[in-house]
Design a binder for this molecule. Structure first.
Ligand SMILES: NC(=O)c1ccc[n+]([C@@H]2O[C@H](COP(=O)([O-])OP(=O)(O)OC[C@H]3O[C@@H](n4cnc5c(N)ncnc54)[C@H](O)[C@@H]3O)[C@@H](O)[C@H]2O)c1
Length: 349
């Protein structure tokens, strides 16, 4: 029997791209083929760690490498669509770091190119693989949480000024925003994935503790098409970095988590509410680490995203987060910024 072809990855941008590099190297179903960066020092370090990897200072030269089947785009956010389209035009599948791009308009170019060139495109929203997310999603989708009433999402993180002093973070043209577009987009993705399509947003934003162009705090009231509502706050001013609250209340009960750590699991339809919560907290109350050791087959984070992308290419299926999903987070964020600027409620169609 012929051995299964393991798709080869070429990674452009060696910041978070190094996590892609390590995940591909650890994967049994894909191969690390090439890396690209304009900083030679980063290429040298990659070569030292993985002596077999091809290194390129030119993106076009990496695209000409016949061993590269999938290009991971790990560049500053405002460059994503341009580079993704170039990769697709060269016949490559593409995995794009979040956000898909910083505007809905440029994200649409990714979808058009994918359809034109007939390749696979996935976007990195790895928090969906946090261990507690699958049971939360299941409890909502199966109706156990009943009718959704309220969500409370709060991304209370911290970044030093030095984080913003390095060039593109906190700029409109490359980061597309601040605490919301860069950090809280993960939780925007989770909120919409769990609670449903957004109907409207009413928001404020400001710059409080950093010298930046965009924002370091947003606060929004969100309504959903299913009638539920939520509050959503994001900040990079919450010293020293506090929590990521994901709290959902329905007629059937309450589920609360802090990022990947399940905190509360109270479902009214449970045969034994206390015993069920105890068991859920035993499995998921320690975050990804605890749950992973309880179930070593459970993959988390970037590793899971890389495996999903490689498998999608091997089996000719859509990746878990296709551009149509990722674009929705960008639309919500654009609506929040528009509402904060105009002081008006912004409706999404
Ligand atoms: N999923 C996550 O948790 C996560 C975490 C961090 C960053 N990100 C996303 O990843 C992207 C990159 O962020 P980062 O923190 O790694 O940024 P970074 O600035 O640390 O790294 C970007 C790299 O791209 C390189 N680069 C720039 N222009 C290039 C070009 N023309 N050709 C080749 N290389 C070029 C830079 O030299 C740099 O090494 C952003 O979109 C960010 O939102 C996602």
């Amino acid at each position: 029997m012929e051995a299964q072809h393991k798709p080869g990855f070429g990674i452009v941008g060696l910041g978070i791209g190094r996590a892609h590099m390590d995940a591909v190297a650890a994967s049994k179903i894909s191969t690390l083929v090439a890396v690209c960066d304009i900083i030679p020092e980063k290429l040298h370090k990659a070569k030292k760690k993985y002596p077999f990897v091809h290194t390129y200072e030119s993106f076009d030269e990496m695209l000409a490498d016949p061993g590269v089947d999938i290009v991971s785009i790990c560049l500053p956010s405002g460059m994503h669509a341009d580079f993704a389209v170039r990769a697709m035009a060269a016949g490559k599948h593409v995995l794009i770091e979040k956000p898909i791009d910083i505007t809905e308009m440029s994200a649409r170019r990714v979808i058009e190119a994918r359809d034109k060139y007939g390749v696979r495109v996935g976007v990195v929203h790895q928090n969906r693989y946090n261990a507690c997310m699958a049971p939360i999603k299941k409890a909502i989708d199966s109706g156990r949480l009943g009718r959704l009433i309220l969500g409370n999402f709060a991304v209370k993180w911290f970044r030093e000024q030095s984080y913003y002093d390095n060039g593109w973070h906190g700029t409109w043209d490359m980061d597309g925003g601040g605490s919301l577009m860069n950090q809280a987009i993960h939780t925007i993705d989770l909120m919409r994935w769990l609670m449903g399509e957004v109907a409207s947003v009413r928001s404020v934003m400001g710059i409080y503790a950093h010298d930046i162009e965009t924002e370091d705090m947003t606060a929004s009231v969100i309504t959903f098409k299913n009638g539920a509502a939520a509050t959503f706050v994001s900040t990079t001013c919450a010293y020293p970095g506090i929590s990521t609250d994901i709290q959902i209340y329905g007629t059937g009960g309450t589920i609360e988590a802090d990022a990947d750590v399940l905190r509360t699991w109270k479902l009214r339809d449970s045969a034994d509410e206390e015993a069920e919560e105890e068991e859920m907290l035993r499995l998921y109350g320690a975050g990804n680490g605890g749950a992973c050791s309880a179930d070593p087959t459970l993959l988390v984070g970037h590793q899971a995203v890389i495996e999903d992308m490689a498998d999608a290419v091997i089996n000719g299926r859509e990746p878990q987060v296709p551009p149509e999903e990722a674009i929705k987070s960008v639309r919500i964020i654009e609506a929040i910024y528009k509402s904060a600027r105009t002081g008006e409620v912004v409706f999404l169609d």
